[in-house]
Write a protein that binds this ligand. Structure first.
Ligand code: NDP
Ligand code: 2IT
Length: 445
């Protein structure tokens, strides 16, 4: 396999899918050597079979807004790879959603899920529906209309969706309600459900907490065992960002930034537990903008900006893809940042990653660091199938164990001659090898 050839071929067959090309490039560059050491992989054209999704569903969603206007959106589900388990991955509702973004996310999800140690394949879906400013009733009607199309393609042993940007507990609840009505079963298809109907404790917290557990595993190798004295910049202010902040505070760190798509806040005094409680309320109850935090607490707000020029020792990008570029990375390193751990999927551009690796700072890519979310989704599936629910402590302990296992896999496959751990390489090789071996064992399908 020659990476360039495979990429040229994919770019020709799937033009203009820039995010998909970006994600594939990163993985292929990491695994080239290992892949070529296994000629049996190439004989079965494993590389194309692992890069191209098994299938993609796309459909029109029709719904009625509060004014009585009939609206349409596009809906998709990318079933990328089910070699090691049912397709599994979130649904994203955001105006920017297109097939390139969902294909990149489904591709990444396949390797992420492989890393979790749980039997889950990779998938992703969503819609270009923009939830901003929609009433609760509009959200409900949209979720129901979306599921009227999606339900026939999913199931507890086939494909299990969950949340992502724009899809949280409320949306999962509405979608699950319609799914169960149409499928006439109650097997838990969809994770991230509320606790009363099969949800798992710790699922809302899992991605953010998991990222900090991963970070602590990295820091432990440097002899650091808590976050006292650490200054932490976080982007985003949604599910992942808020629970990340909560865990940072618990471990003694100082959180100085949060953001949304309009701008970021910088609080020199630190966002403490009380202020974070307000952010949870602002986001989940009032569905407001992060600027309102600055209005309330009188701190700095930068319209349209990103927080990476603020001085910090740890950066946790937790909003969206390509939100941290080469210049941002250079600013972080210059200001003394020693660790970057990704809560979001592919938040760092290739140029940013190059800066982190060149400067040999601790850098954890999303598919390793944010795998806690889908891991607890996997644990939700287990609880649903045995029709039991585990305690908070039990799930949290399993999450810690999984994040430690992922970290160990990265160290195993990513340690370089000088002892530096290249977590990008480690995560990509470890994730790839498991899927590759499963595909080889299952024949050409
Ligand atoms: P939410 O919808 O809860 O929050 C998303 C946050 O990111 C919001 O603050 C949002 O601001 C901001 N954001 C979204 N799009 C953009 C953009 N284009 N530019 C700047 N800011 C943006 O989503 P999550 O917290 O669940 O997801 C955040 C990231 O984490 C995503 O990359 C997701 O794929 C990833 N992830 C999520 C997991 C989960 O379990 N939820 C698991 C693993 C990864 P605004 O309100 O203005 O849109
Ligand atoms: O990107 C992700 O891993 C998620 N959005 C969570 C997926 C899941 O199935 O819980």
């Amino acid at each position: 396999m020659k990476v360039e050839q495979v990429l040229d071929n994919l770019k020709r067959r799937f033009p203009n899918e820039v995010e998909y090309h970006q994600a594939v490039t990163e993985v292929l560059e990491s695994i080239e050597e290992v892949y070529n050491a296994h000629p049996e992989f190439e004989k079965q054209n494993l590389i194309e079979r692992i890069c191209i999704p098994d299938r993609i569903f796309s459909f029109r969603i029709t719904w009625v807004d509060d004014k009585g206007n009939v609206q349409t959106n596009m809906g998709y589900r990318v079933q990328h790879n089910n070699a090691i388990g049912p397709y599994k991955g979130g649904l994203r509702f955001h105006a920017s959603v297109n097939l390139s973004i969902l294909k990149f996310l489904a591709f990444e999800q396949t390797f992420k899920n492989s890393l979790t140690t749980l039997p889950m394949g990779g998938g992703k879906g969503g819609s270009d529906f923009n939830p901003k400013g929609k009433s609760n009733a509009e959200i409900m009607r949209f979720c129901q209309a979306f599921m009227i199309e999606l339900w026939r393609h999913i199931g507890p042993e086939t494909d299990v969706p969950a949340g992502d940007i724009g899809v949280g507990g409320r949306e999962v609840g509405y979608m699950y309600g319609m799914y169960k009505k149409l499928a006439r079963e109650n097997t838990g298809t969809l994770t991230g459900k509320s606790i009363e109907f099969g949800g798992s404790l710790i699922r809302p917290e899992a991605t953010g907490y998991g990222n900090i557990y991963f970070l602590m595993n990295m820091l432990k190798r440097k002899g650091i065992t808590d976050l006292k004295g650490q200054v932490v910049a976080i982007s985003g202010s949604g599910n992942v960002a808020t629970y990340t902040a909560e865990k940072v505070l618990e471990l003694g760190g100082k959180v100085i930034t949060l953001s949304d798509s309009n701008g970021y806040i910088y609080d020199a005094d630190g966002i403490d537990a009380e202020k974070l409680k307000y952010v949870f309320e602002l986001k989940n109850v009032y569905r407001g903008r992060i600027k309102e935090y600055a209005d309330k607490y009188g701190c700095k707000y930068v319209e349209g900006g990103r927080p990476w020029a603020e001085k910090c020792t740890i950066a946790l990008p937790s909003a969206t893809q390509n939100e941290l570029n080469g210049d941002d990375a250079a600013a972080l390193v210059k200001n003394g940042c020693m660790a970057v751990s990704e809560g979001a999927n592919m938040p760092s551009t290739p140029e940013a990653i190059e800066v982190f690796l060149k400067n040999k700072i601790l850098y954890a890519p999303g598919k390793a660091a944010n795998a806690g979310g889908v891991s607890v989704s996997g644990l939700e599936m287990t609880q649903n199938s045995i029709k039991l629910s585990w305690s908070k402590e039990e799930v949290d302990q399993k999450l810690k164990d999984i994040m430690a296992a992922i970290h160990e896999s990265c160290v195993k496959y990513g340690t370089e001659a000088d002892g530096y751990v290249n977590y990008v390489k480690g995560a990509n090789i470890a994730g790839f090898m498991k899927v590759a071996k499963a595909m080889m064992a299952q024949g050409v399908i």
